[in-house]
Write a protein that binds this ligand. Structure first.
Ligand code: KE4
Length: 430
């Protein structure tokens, strides 16, 4: 495949935009090569500036569960645009989407919309601190909750400790209230609760997608719930990625563990910028203007974004079996790729949760970030580049998750497995 135009576009972009991208993971730095510049998406496909087509397993990092240019979402956006782009005043569209979100989550009585997952999590943390009157938070190594200061904490060892800023520009003072624990390790959480009697919340991706796909053990989540209850701390499920991807009723419906707050994003915007956080009434009552905890946003609840989100969630509500169908397809994909790898003596760990799939080139199952970091990154990079040449667009980092959309057909899955088989053979034959 020729990538000349992408290469030229990338050089020009780098003159004007740091790293040539507006979000670091897009720069292909962990897999090498030139990021491909996209001209359009259509159904299951992405097309690049050189005219190449790819089956898209990234779907804008999760939002596009119905693929690119879904008819109902596109029609809703076009209709909304005809009435104006933004008003900075309430619209019934926000209430309609709020009704839908609340209808899916037992743990959510009220919801506030924002414009990104980062905003949703940052605001949820502030609300948890305001509600409990406590300052410290517990997060897990390997979980990503957006780029707000307190959560940009070194993905360091798994032992519970106070975090250090992983990014320059984040003063140590801003992360001294952030305690780190190890995913799926309840002892590390108990240590955090022993270290601090001032813990406002525990925030977790209940189905982690930012260290690769690593679901939390049910028992672990139940024990987290108990610890939060014992210590008067809130349990926040960050489902920006897993929400409406693993289940339409949230991780609580899969695990039986009810969080105090849920953060959402991606799918709830249907491809437009929407984040959200929700909880039971007494918690949300603390939020301005009803309560004292301030939070705001110029484009929060933007009517065009609300229309896109409503169309996406309405389609999920009307087709409740979508996730189950996608889960079967995702299982066929990763099982087929695993078989193709094993035929060449390559060990591949796989996992699926709803329409989310993950794989690691790793000798052992992955239960936390330390395990994930033992994966063969070089082999992943070779696999990613070779599959791109075959016309299949996978996440450009082993610490990400893959997604199946309704536009990805069984035939495309079979083609992907056949391509993976060719790729593993070529890698093995060096
Ligand atoms: P945004 O601010 O990117 O909308 O959401 C932040 C966020 C919060 N919580 C979870 C669980 C998330 O997965 C994310 C964002 N996910 C990444 C993909 N791993 C977004 C892609 C990117 O950073 O470019």
């Amino acid at each position: 495949m020729s990538r000349e135009t992408s290469q030229k576009a990338f050089l020009e972009a780098q003159e004007l935009i740091p790293g040539g991208v507006n979000s670091p993971v897009r720069a292909f730095r962990s897999v090498g090569g030139t990021p491909i510049f996209i001209t359009e998406g259509e159904g299951a496909y992405l097309r690049d500036v050189d005219g190449n087509s790819y089956v898209d397993y990234v779907q804008s990092w999760g939002p596009l569960i119905f693929g690119h240019r879904d008819e109902s979402i596109e029609a809703a956006v076009i209709e909304a645009v005809k009435h104006g782009l933004s008003f900075g005043a309430p619209t019934e569209a926000e209430t309609e989407l709020a009704k839908l979100v609340v209808s899916f989550f037992d743990s959510i009585d009220k919801v506030r919309f924002v414009s990104s997952g980062t905003e949703a999590v940052m605001s949820a943390i502030r609300l948890a601190r305001g509600f409990t009157g406590k300052d410290d938070i517990i997060k897990f190594t390997g979980c990503y909750h957006g780029h707000s200061d307190a959560l940009l904490v070194e993905a360091g060892s798994g032992a519970a400790t106070f975090g250090n800023p992983s990014s320059p520009g984040v003063p140590a003072d801003f992360t001294k209230h952030t305690l780190l624990a190890e995913y799926n390790n309840i002892e590390s959480v108990k240590k955090c609760f022993a270290d601090s009697k001032n813990i406002a919340c525990v925030i977790i991706e209940p189905i982690a997608g930012n260290m690769g796909l690593v679901p939390a053990d049910k028992e672990f989540l139940h024990e987290l719930r108990q610890l939060c209850d014992e210590h008067g701390s809130l349990l926040i499920f960050d489902e920006v990625m897993s929400g409406f991807r693993a289940s339409i009723n949230g991780a609580e419906s899969i695990t039986g563990v009810k969080p105090d707050m849920v953060t959402l994003g991606k799918v709830i915007g249907g491809g437009m910028p929407v984040g959200a956080f929700g909880a039971r009434r007494e918690i949300m009552a603390m939020l301005s203007p009803e309560g004292p905890v301030y939070q705001a946003g110029t484009l929060s609840g933007n009517p065009v974004a609300m229309a896109a989100g409503y169309a996406a969630l309405k389609k999920l509500k009307d087709n409740a079996r979508v996730i189950a169908v996608l889960e079967e397809r995702a299982k066929r994909l990763v099982t087929g790729m695993q078989k193709a790898a094993e035929a060449e003596g390559i060990v591949m760990q796989i996992d699926v949760r709803g329409s989310m799939f993950g794989f690691f080139f790793n000798e052992a199952p992955v239960k936390n970030f330390a395990d994930a970091a033992k994966s063969d990154a070089e082999l992943f990079a070779k696999f990613h580049a070779a599959m791109l040449e075959e016309g299949f667009y996978f996440a450009c980092s082993l610490y990400e998750t893959g997604f199946i959309s309704t536009a990805v057909t069984d035939a495309m899955v079979e083609d992907t497995i056949a391509a993976a088989s060719r790729v593993f053979k070529a890698i093995k034959n060096g």
